[in-house]
Design a binder for this molecule. Structure first.
Ligand code: FPP
Length: 135
């Protein structure tokens, strides 16, 4: 039987550079990053990994230009709206680490709702680190 780690953690980096290399905006780079997240989640399911942590954005994010911050805050809202039914069907539990209460209302509600709707799922835990710091 193939041996796989129980827990894999991934730190997102290079979305902005990816956008530049592909002649699109930094925000479009973040959109592509979120699409890559989807592929990673499916790969984790295939490999029977039990916990996947995705370090999405740290507290350093707030220093970025407002338009980019606004885009990043809206992205989880759209992402979970589009994906939640699929995550439930795939028996994925979503949990969130970081200062969730420090997120804007719509983002906070979207992630709390995603956690609530998937809380009884057991096949794979996806832990999104949002607004996290070193402490
Ligand atoms: C790193 O690239 C990426 C980020 C700081 C933000 C990524 C966050 C998302 C895609 C949000 C997704 C969250 C959910 C829950 C869907 P960078 O901007 O630091 O790239 P650079 O190093 O090229 O500047």
């Amino acid at each position: 039987m193939r041996q796989v780690p129980a827990h894999v953690a991934i730190m997102m980096d290079g979305n902005g550079r990816w956008g530049k290399q592909h002649g699109v905006t930094r925000s479009q780079g973040h959109f592509a990053g979120a699409q890559a997240m989807e592929k990673i989640i499916d790969a984790a399911l295939d490999l029977n990994i039990k916990v996947l942590t995705q370090y999405a954005f740290s507290i350093e994010i707030w220093k970025r230009p407002k338009a980019e911050v606004d885009y990043l805050m809206a992205l989880p809202v759209k992402f979970f709206k589009r994906k939640i039914t699929e995550f439930i069907k795939k028996d994925i539990r979503l949990i969130f680490s970081g200062d969730i209460n420090g997120l804007p209302k719509l983002t906070r509600e979207a992630v709390k709702n995603a956690a609530e709707k998937t809380k009884n799922n057991t096949k794979l835990i996806v832990n999104f680190a949002l607004n996290y710091g070193g402490k």
